[in-house]
Design a protein around this ligand. Structure first.
Ligand code: ZN
Ligand code: ZN
Length: 137
């Protein structure tokens, strides 16, 4: 059995559980991720949809988008909890909403071409103009 991680929104109305089996994780600097989080970038971790489950409060979610892809926010406090992506096959968990420490760590900065000019990347992770095109060695 995979270890389970829990996560929640700012106000606590929405809780989720996700297996500690993320397939990838990155820091996205695109303008959409900056706006939905209000931050310089969004650290997110991707996993198959069936390994993610809302524990309670899922009627309290706002979906921005449609069935094939959307951002899910708490309808009470507005926290961005996750995004449904890749035609609904994967979930991108907004890592800032995790309560427990996942095994995975972000391995790259992506969409650096859209980076906020006031933010300086100060770590040694590889940087990509857009999506990761090839995995680093
Ligand atoms: Zn909330
Ligand atoms: Zn993004």
């Amino acid at each position: 059995m995979a270890r389970k991680l829990s996560g929640k929104c700012f106000c606590g109305a929405v809780h989720y559980e996700v297996a500690d089996e993320f397939v990838y994780a990155a820091n996205c600097h695109c303008s959409n991720c900056r706006r939905t989080t209000g931050s310089a970038f969004k650290p997110f971790a991707g996993i198959e949809r069936d390994k993610f489950a809302l524990a309670e409060g899922h009627h309290g979610l706002i979906h921005f988008g449609d069935d094939s892809g959307h951002d899910a926010h708490c309808s009470r406090c507005g926290s961005l909890l996750y995004s449904l992506v890749r035609d609904g096959a994967y979930v991108h968990v907004a890592m800032g909403t995790l309560v427990d420490d996942p095994t995975i760590r972000p391995t790259a900065h992506i969409f650096v071409s859209s980076k906020a000019p006031w933010f300086t990347i100060a770590d040694d992770l590889p940087q990509y103009e857009g999506h990761v095109v090839s995995a680093p060695e």
